[in-house]
Write a protein that binds this ligand. Structure first.
Ligand SMILES: Nc1ncnc2c1ncn2[C@@H]1O[C@H](COP(=O)(O)OP(=O)(O)O)[C@@H](O)[C@H]1O
Ligand SMILES: [Mg+2]
Length: 264
């Protein structure tokens, strides 16, 4: 049997005096789109940071393609909640440098290819006209869109998204949903996506599976809900899919039921 692409085995993260997550087991296959949902502070970002290689579990193992994750890598693109842009670089350079760090080729055709990619993603997120601005001159939503553009531009094998669309208006959010699906479906490289979200509709629309976490301390996976709605999915008609109401109610229920009491 083929082993999973991304695997978390008995993963625990204990901060000083506080064990955020404990004994997390999760296997994700190549090509899957998986969302993580759970209450604020339950440990979603903590899990994503460990997959990104920015934090090491205090117990347990995270492996990618069979190898233990020991640090960040170009195979993983990350969009964080706090979209850390480089303040001294323009929007354009923020995206360009990200691509450049992953694809170091500097020949004329390679440079041209990078320029085209930057333009394409900046147009997609609606920032082409603002490409000369620096992060300090942008609204929160524009900064977030720059961060999304940067991650999309790298076309990583594994895309890690931490509430990437949280601060965006509904139209921009919908456009980026479409683009994310396109990136995941057609761009040969980005095969697997793990996304943290607060938005149940977003999770259903985008995911193959939704992982619901319990509250901390010692947060665990409460349940994994399959989203058996065939693709391609359409934003409007998905609302009328016979499975939709039950899925939504199930997810809301899992988030609102009294959480299981965990031994601290
Ligand atoms: N570096 C840290 N040091 C101590 N506690 C932390 C640290 N990072 C996160 N935590 C705690 O771990 C818990 C989970 O945090 P986080 O993963 O950010 O939650 P979520 O992303 O689900 O909102 C929270 O209680 C948070 O305060
Ligand atoms: Mg978080």
């Amino acid at each position: 049997m083929e082993s999973p692409y991304l695997e978390l085995r008995e993963v625990t993260m204990a901060f000083k005096g506080y064990t955020a997550v404990a004994g997390i087991n999760l296997s994700i296959n190549k090509g899957e789109f998986v969302s993580l949902i759970g209450h604020s502070g339950c440990g979603k970002s903590t899990l994503l940071n460990m997959i990104a290689g920015l934090a090491r579990p205090t117990a347990g193992l995270v492996t990618l393609d069979g190898r233990q994750i020991t640090g960040p890598g170009p195979d993983r693109g990350v969009v964080f909640q706090q979209h850390a842009l480089l303040p001294w670089l323009s929007v354009y350079r923020n995206v360009y440098e990200a691509i450049d760090s992953v694809f170091p080729g500097r020949g004329p055709s390679e440079t041209q290819e990078k320029r085209e990619r930057v333009e394409r993603v900046l147009r997609v997120v609606g920032l082409w006209e603002h490409r000369h601005k620096h992060p300090g001159e942008l609204s929160g939503g524009m900064r977030q869109r720059t961060a999304v553009a940067r991650a999309f531009a790298i076309v990583p094998r594994l895309l890690l998204l931490d509430e990437p669309f949280g601060a965006l208006d509904a139209l921009t959010r919908a456009a980026l949903h479409e683009e994310l699906v396109r990136l995941w479906t057609f761009d040969q490289n980005t095969e697997t996506v793990v996304m943290v979200t607060h938005d149940i509709d977003e999770a259903i629309y985008l995911s193959d599976r939704v992982v619901v976490m319990s509250n901390g301390p010692r947060a665990r996976i409460r349940e994994i809900v399959d989203i058996p709605i065939p693709r391609p999915r359409d934003k409007r008609s998905i609302l009328h899919h016979p499975a939709y109401p039950d899925l939504k109610e199930r997810l809301i229920g899992l988030l609102t039921e009294a959480p299981a009491v965990n031994a601290a």
